[in-house]
Design a protein around this ligand. Sequence first.
Ligand code: KG4
Ligand code: ZN
Length: 347
Amino acid sequence: MNERVEALRKAGHATILAFESSCDETAVAVVRDGREALANQILSQIDRHAVFGGVVPEIASRMHVEALDPLLDAALSEAGMTLKDIDAVAVTCGPGLVGALLTAVSYAKALAYARGLPLVAVNHIEGHVSANYLAHPDLEPPFACLVASGGHSHIVLVEHYGEYRLLGQTLDDAAGEAFDKVARVLDIPYPGGPLLDKLAEEGDDGRYRFPHTHTPGKYDFSFSGLKTAVINQAHNLRQQGEKIDAADFAASFRRAVVDTLVEKSVAAAVDAGAASLAAAGGVAANRLLRRELARQGEAAGLKVYLPPVALCTDNAAMIGSAAFYRLMRGEAAALDLNALPSLRMFA
Ligand code: KG4
Ligand code: ZN
């Protein structure tokens, strides 16, 4: 093992400079000992992609390249540090868009090589889970975690730092993807999830009826059937000349997704013997999901942990936190690290 990694491991401390560029946010953070974000800089490209109705990979990559330098300067300045204060460099290596991932992977590799610093490769999903360590100083494994984002939806048991057991997952669409696609039929601009959520706050969630999907696995979920049923219902109502009440429609759809996510994650956590349940990923910003997880989780005897909304969506602080625990296990990456667009968290 690299001597520098071994020295950091022995000391049990590390200040990590972390990079994230897997989708449409460029982010650079400085994280101390896995728990404290000293800087958390994010540049969202959403406005640039919104006109196309989704992320355009080529544009995303180009914008990451432009943003990395100034964001690094801003992060160091926010932390009141220079590169001399940094002990290791971390980067998201997957999953995500290959071109987008490659920008920060190349940048982090160059920086680690030039400064002679250890490089730590982080799985984006593990990063989302680790956002909880930044938000909740008392949270320690084991705990269950619902990770729901635009590309992934899993229920995991965090057995130890960096060690996960899959309890359940989506069999098709991710929850965020379903939110974004249903938002589109309601003419809500990309990314639809947050705006659909806001609209749903004003709506009656009992007005429209949508099917509940049954899955063979007790803790698995499926959103593709629901999404198609909801989109078809919108088209049918319009063909019949009926006006759709967007707020009620959004509220009814949100209720169907949230009921499934909450019911399954609370059951999975209780059955796995976990005392706590955390949430992570962009969909964990959803207002109803947060209220229901807290209510139903606590009713089932679980301590519920919700990161602040800013740490639910993509950021680099979560990558710095996950990297700390990888580093403390001696898991540094080699300089031939590549972007891994289909990287999985479970074999
Ligand atoms: O974790 P994230 O920022 O990026 C991925 O790793 O995918 O998640 C983005 C996803 C998008 O699908 C977005 O619509 C969804 O999270 N999202 C929400 C909310 N905020 C973000 N979905 C529902 N309600 C929200 N408030
Ligand atoms: Zn994400």
